[in-house]
Design a protein around this ligand. Structure first.
Ligand code: ATP
Ligand code: MG
Length: 114
């Protein structure tokens, strides 16, 4: 099992969520975050600095889903396809292993709990 954490543009959330359902990925968390990437939260720069502003931290949405190993790549591909604009600030995806999961209602563990 892997945890897929994807930081995306808030306006892409609905597209990404719907696309994940289409590939069978239903359970997830959505968290509003503020963050910064390589540009340190700078989003706009007018020519010669005209109209440039810095706000340091930008609002983003973090999607968090735990998936079977074999679903990991489709989760990544789906998120990229629906979150990408090609401009800076499209976001980032982090993958980490999950050692166990427990479904509270039934006590099922591991893959069966997803
Ligand atoms: N190294 C990181 N660790 C954790 N979160 C990050 C990291 N880098 C970016 N983020 C999160 O992802 C959001 C979007 O990052 P962003 O897409 O701007 O990354 P980037 O590296 O600057 O790439 P780009 O050059 O395409 O903008 C940030 O606002 C922050 O919430
Ligand atoms: Mg950036």
């Amino acid at each position: 099992m892997n945890k897929v954490e994807a930081i995306i543009r808030p306006e892409k959330l609905n597209d990404v969520k719907e696309a994940l359902v289409q590939v069978g990925l239903i359970g997830l968390n959505v968290v509003n975050v503020t963050g910064r990437g390589a540009q340190r939260g700078v989003t706009a720069g007018g020519s010669r600095g005209v109209g440039r502003y810095e706000i340091d931290m930008l609002p983003k949405v973090k999607l968090e889903l735990v998936v079977h190993d074999e679903q990991t790549q489709i989760a990544i591909d789906t998120i990229i396809e629906h979150a990408r604009t090609g401009n800076i600030g499209d976001g980032k995806i982090f993958i980490s292993p999950v050692s166990n999961a427990i479904k509270v209602r039934t006590g099922e563990q591991g893959e069966a709990a997803l």
